[in-house]
Design a protein around this ligand. Structure first.
Ligand code: MTE
Ligand code: MO
Length: 203
């Protein structure tokens, strides 16, 4: 009997059909959307909210909520992979690509640090966030992103483990040199490619 949808397979997604090539090593498939947060969910009112790109000095670009929503946006459908071993297939998001945001900032740097309300940070190399690989998203499955999943906006970097997809992101800090973010300084791998199982430093 064939299963029409690998997603209905649930937790035990090892199979001979097309699940395998979409599931990185050591991961299992879930249809849930677990919440993983290192602290409380921040709530920033829309009139207080802005999004900024800087390189240490004054802002290179800054958008209010209304300005951010007016930027060219894209719909993306991606699989996501958490270092705690769950993967979720075919998630739908809408947001602004980092290519667009960095173009508008008019500056590039080899590394950046995403900074969030609540103090969480994560570091990324420019090559991992340009070329259609990363977005700042404000919709999940056609709805505003729920606060516990990072609303109003979160980073989405689906080709890396999900801790790189910073929730409640408020700014991108461009850096000439790499600098570890929150989990990266507590032993998570600096890069986090799920296909190479780059989970921790000591692996
Ligand atoms: N600001 C912030 N972003 C964060 C985290 C966090 O604790 N704070 N946790 C990360 C981790 S470890 C994971 S797996 C995902 C979880 O996202 P979710 O709660 O929407 O599943 O968010 C990432 N982004
Ligand atoms: Mo995670």
């Amino acid at each position: 009997m064939s299963d029409p949808s690998p997603i209905t397979r649930g937790f035990h997604g090892r199979s001979k059909d097309n699940t395998d090539h979409r599931l990185p090593p050591g991961q299992y498939l879930t249809t849930d959307f677990p919440v993983l947060s290192a602290g409380p969910t921040p709530h920033t009112s829309q009139d207080q909210w802005d999004f900024m790109i800087d390189a240490g000095g004054p802002a290179l670009a800054r958008w209010s909520w209304a300005e951010f929503l007016a930027l060219p946006s894209e719909d993306v459908t991606v699989d996501i992979h958490c270092v705690t071993h769950w993967s979720k297939f075919g998630t739908h998001w809408r947001g602004v690509s980092l290519d667009t945001l960095l173009d508008l900032a008019g500056r590039q740097a080899p590394y950046l640090l995403a900074r969030c309300d609540g103090g969480y940070t994560t570091n990324l190399a420019l090559e991992d966030v340009t070329g259609g690989k990363a977005w700042v998203v404000y919709q999940y499955e056609g709805q505003p992103i729920a606060p516990e999943h990072g609303g109003p906006v979160r980073l989405l970097v689906p080709h890396l483990y999900f801790w790189k997809s910073a929730k409640w992101v408020r700014s991108l800090h461009l850096m000439p040199q790499d600098q570890p973010g929150f989990w990266e300084s507590f032993g998570y791998n600096n890069h986090g490619d799920p296909w190479k199982e780059e989970r921790y430093w000591n692996q």
